[in-house]
Ligand binder design. Structure first.
Ligand code: GBH
Length: 465
């Protein structure tokens, strides 16, 4: 297989998130987050693992930035830990926490890499959770204040700002499925959380603009949803899932309207009582880009609700059931590898949302069973195939007219994969969790060579100027 050719202006990067890599959970004045609480609750995370140490990136960041420089990426996407900056979520700033991100940004820039900063990758300060977390409106205002603190400190050097990562997960995996922190299984409170996350995003956009941020966006994880059959019931099931996964976020942000099928999706739960006049104007503030995290398609069929009484249902109980894909490879996440659905998703988004801003693919990658060989190296050919095939699918979407400006591999390092703990490895670089040593995998070398060829095609363009 030959590597795809992408437009010379397309930027490439790699991504991480604070709780998944930093460790140093009780150092440097950091306060606890909902993920500390969740991880320390028996039975929540596999093998009782937590982000206490993770990749120890808090202490080893210089080594990790050197790896990125070697890789030759244009961009590094990382997240700031809210409780490291504001240990109780609001109030006094922890100077030591801000200083860490200050050093990190400078080190990234010195390496010739541009930072792309995510303000919230799921680590809500526990003190705010104790006050009701995302279920209460006040948290949205606290988030806007936090955004301003970070932008005032780093805005002179950070030009790309991402408010939230995958609010779908914060709202629904956190408050309805219960597989993420805070781990509740509720109906209306999960929908209130969704709204307050949207509001937090809109308020933060205002603060970031006021602080002079150059480029502001949000990262979403719209799913490519396919009906198991052509039956009306299965197609209706997909439309409910489209609202749960995609439209709840994309419609208010891009069109200033809530999805028109909320009642079919959540009968009796979506009463809108958590919404206030003017919220949509805040939520729909114009963006410079939308970040898309994409891993795999989902096939669904209509299925009985787990809870027959609509009033007692969780917000994730929408009468659907996942159907496995046959005849394709699955990663160690159990996710099917179907690269062309990446093209389909992007083209579909462009068609559904005429005002779609430019896209950044803020995450794409695969978890593989990659153990070191006798030569000490990880020969992760499956990950190389995954990345190459998804870049080929991305090239096809761009060819079809989708405006994509950047692509990030998830992840630079093996890291704490949330409820799955450390045995799901997404890294281009292997982390030995005994020694915390970093070992670039074959996929690292492949991406480095791919980027070198990509940059070589950039040069003639520069010469022509
Ligand atoms: C991203 O989420 C995250 O941003 C990143 O932190 C993570 O490491 C990476 O991808 C790899 O997983 O419990 O049945 O509701 C990925 C998208 C969507 C995957 C929600 C897990 C939970 C399914 N996630 N999904 S369920």
């Amino acid at each position: 297989m030959t590597d795809p050719i992408l437009p010379p202006g397309l930027l490439f990067g790699t991504a991480t998130a604070a709780y998944q890599v930093e460790g140093a959970a009780t150092e440097g004045g950091r306060g606890p987050s909902i993920w500390d609480t969740y991880s320390r609750t028996p039975g929540r995370v596999a093998r009782g693992e937590s982000g206490d140490v993770a990749c120890d990136h808090y202490h080893r960041y210089a080594e990790d930035v050197a790896l990125m420089a070697d890789l030759g990426v244009d961009l590094y996407r990382f997240s700031v830990s809210w409780p490291r900056v504001l240990p109780t979520g609001s109030g006094p700033v922890n100077a030591e926490g801000l200083a860490f991100y200050d050093r990190l940004v400078d080190t990234v820039l010195e390496a010739g890499v541009e930072p792309a900063l995510t303000l919230y990758h799921w680590d809500l300060p526990q003190a705010l959770e104790d006050e009701g977390g995302w279920r209460v409106r006040d948290t949205a205002y606290r988030f806007a204040e936090y955004a301003r603190v970070v932008a005032d400190r780093l805005g002179d050097r950070v030009h790309r700002w991402i408010t939230l990562n995958e609010p779908f997960c914060s709202a629904f995996v956190g408050h309805a499925v219960g597989r993420h922190a805070p781990g509740t299984r509720e109906g209306r409170p999960a929908l209130a959380a969704a709204h307050h996350l949207l509001l937090a995003h809109g308020l933060a956009v205002g603060e970031l603009r006021a602080a002079g941020a150059a480029q502001v966006g949000i990262t979403l994880n719209p799913d490519h949803l396919l009906p198991a059959t052509d039956s009306e019931a299965d197609r209706a099931a997909v439309e409910r899932a489209r609202t749960l996964h995609n439209r709840t976020w994309l419609d208010p942000i891009l069109t200033g309207a809530y999805p028109d099928n909320e009642q079919e999706t959540w009968p009796g739960l979506a009463d809108g009582s958590y919404r206030m006049e003017g919220d949509l104007d805040t939520i729909a503030r114009p963006l410079d880009f939308v970040g898309i995290n994409y891993y795999r398609p989902i096939m669904l069929r209509d299925a009985p609700h787990t809870e027959p009484d609509p009033a007692l249902r969780t917000a994730a109980d929408i009468g659907t059931e996942q159907v496995p894909f046959e005849g394709v490879r699955h990663t160690t996440m159990g996710w099917p590898v179907v690269p062309h659905t990446f093209t389909d998703l992007l083209v579909d988004l462009k068609n559904r949302y005429p005002g779609l801003p430019p896209l950044l693919i803020t995450e794409n990658g695969s978890a593989e069973d990659d153990r070191p060989d006798a030569d000490g190296r990880v020969h992760d050919a499956d990950r190389v195939d995954y990345l190459r095939d998804h870049l080929t699918a991305l090239a096809a979407a761009i060819e079809a007219g989708v405006d994509v400006r950047g692509y990030f591999v998830w992840s630079l390092l093996d890291n704490f994969e949330w409820a799955y703990g450390y045995d799901r490895r997404f890294g281009l670089v292997r982390v030995d969790y005994e020694t915390l040593e970093r070992h670039p995998k074959d996929s690292f070398r492949w991406y480095r060579d791919f980027l070198r060829d990509h940059r070589a095609r950039r040069r003639p363009e520069a010469d022509a100027r």
